[in-house]
Design a protein around this ligand. Sequence first.
Ligand code: N2P
Length: 346
Amino acid sequence: MKRTAIITVIGLVAAVAAWSCSSKQEAPKELNLFAWSEYVPQSVIDGFSKETGIKVNYETYASNEEMLAKLVSGAQRYDLIQPSEYTIEALIKEKQLKPIDWSKVPNGKNIAPQFKNLPHDPKQEYSVPWMAGSVGIVVNTDKVKDDIKGYNDVFQEKYKGRIVVLDDSREIVSWALATIGKGPNDVTPENLAKVKPILEKWLPLVKVYDSDSPKTALLNGDVDIGIVWSGEAALLYNEDPKFKYVLPSEGAHQFIDSLAIPANAPNPDASLAFMNYILRPEVSKLISADFPYTNPNLEARKLLSPEELKNPASYPPGSPKLDTFADIGESSVQVDKLVTDLKAEG
Ligand code: N2P
């Protein structure tokens, strides 16, 4: 080939590459979503893809800590993650999140005021609330006749091998802290030493650890009592009202899970488009239908049926006092070690 011809070919290749690159920037065709399992309905993903032409890759996790580990490993870059309040707080501190351009998320107006500007994101710069909820006790009242009020009622010798709990060290430790009158954020070496003997008694009673679908063991009759996410309890109640939800008398955790954009997201425009999409009332209603947690979208709530709003796990009656988790920094390593070591002891 002549020199000029070679140069022309190179020029053409470069032009095509530049064109495909810039067109990719204008219209992202992919969204890498890293979210909790059993939390994002397929119908919502399909509806979004159909409307925008953006393909959604949905990878799941079962705890904030699992998500963080993958995020910081950098093995994969994500466009959207779905952390709980305390993890949002940590990620903001570490400058790991991209601020939201709210001009591209006009449906942000639908978020209920009580779910905005909370301590983990005081100026609502980084997160879009997905669902809120609590962690509480589910009792199969056909099998358990005692009046179960708190954690100490669950962890009794007579229920050995009949208990399911979330596989989540931060949650488990917060339950033990509550029984000694401490809040979930009072994580000090002294308090961890105090809860250790409690957990030594509790954990051998547990039959199943499951954060993905703790309802399954209850539905199957493998266990009779559990400590689970409220949305799991709501699904059990819908299945059969014999499954009663109890907010532990010693204190319970309210979580607020939100969508957020990692600082190094490859397709942040797709992230914003997805945020705006799920904030539509009729889309948010679909999320509630499949995963009946507490919907933080004021306009979507208006579309929910009286039955949905009466589910005592999704919308606990009265105004129970619930604690939110705060970022506890390096202490989270101690929390995880405590539970992991005790589980290994069996
Ligand atoms: C959904 C899990 C709920 C997440 N499967 C609780 N933070």
